[in-house]
Design a binder for this molecule. Structure first.
Ligand code: ZN
Length: 225
């Protein structure tokens, strides 16, 4: 999916579903009909090379930031780009765990990306307990980043980071934490060790339009050039 000019008009301010229907008509006219053969071939099978675990945030669009087309990315997006803990017979957070399982064991993806981003509402919500009172499901979901909150609060207490640095530090540590969760999935760990699967952590800075890739050895996010 390319970021064609049709997407660059103003975002409607009011509730306007006609805008969505117009988009469907434009998709058909500008994408589907001119690339009919491509879409017909896609109709029968998919062979995505990458599982993209991203945030539900409306500004973080996997196909746009990676300039990939339909069929390339298998995507799961949730608040905070979290990875649930691996449990053999889990009854919680099933949607995301099932996507990971299907992508790796059924579709045999080559890569997994966990992509965090700047100005993440999910990460900010970790520090907004009062506001979560009317969002009971969100509150439970955010438990998946509790260890991140603890790490960040300790750093602040020890004056290793400032309060101003808290957001970005939380967002980046959250990616590292979710990578840690991912590596506890036995079938992922096995494939990574065998060199059959590549697991990456990214940080997308929306303002800069830059993506930073986590370097495990240097424990730093390095800008992708
Ligand atoms: Zn977010």
């Amino acid at each position: 999916m390319s970021s064609s000019s049709k997407n660059e008009k103003n975002i409607p301010e009011s509730i306007d579903y006609a805008h969505l229907f117009e988009g469907i008509r434009n998709f058909k006219a500008n994408e589907l009909i001119p690339r009919q053969e491509f879409f017909e071939a896609l109709a029968h099978q998919q062979n995505p090379h990458t599982l993209f675990i991203g945030c539900s945030d409306s500004r973080v669009i996997p196909n746009v930031v990676t300039q990939t087309i339909p069929g390339e990315l298998f995507v799961v997006r949730n608040i905070g780009n979290f990875v649930p803990h691996y449990l053999k017979k889990s009854e919680t957070f099933l949607a995301t765990s099932a996507v990971i399982e299907y992508a790796v064991l059924q579709l045999n993806v080559d890569n997994i990306v966990v992509c965090g981003h700047s100005n993440c509402g999910g990460c900010a919500a970790l520090y907004q307990e009062e506001e979560l009172k009317h969002l009971p499901h969100t509150k439970i979901w955010l438990q998946l980043a509790e260890p991140v909150k603890k790490i960040v609060e300790e750093k602040i207490a020890k004056k290793k980071i400032t309060l101003e640095e808290r957001s970005e530090y939380t967002e980046k540590m959250n990616v590292v934490e979710q990578l840690r969760h991912l590596m506890k999935y036995p079938y992922i760990r096995k494939r990574v060790r065998e060199g059959k699967l590549n697991v990456m952590g990214w940080y997308y800075n929306i303002e800069e339009g830059e993506i930073y890739n986590y370097d495990r050895k240097r424990r730093r996010f390095i800008r992708v050039e």
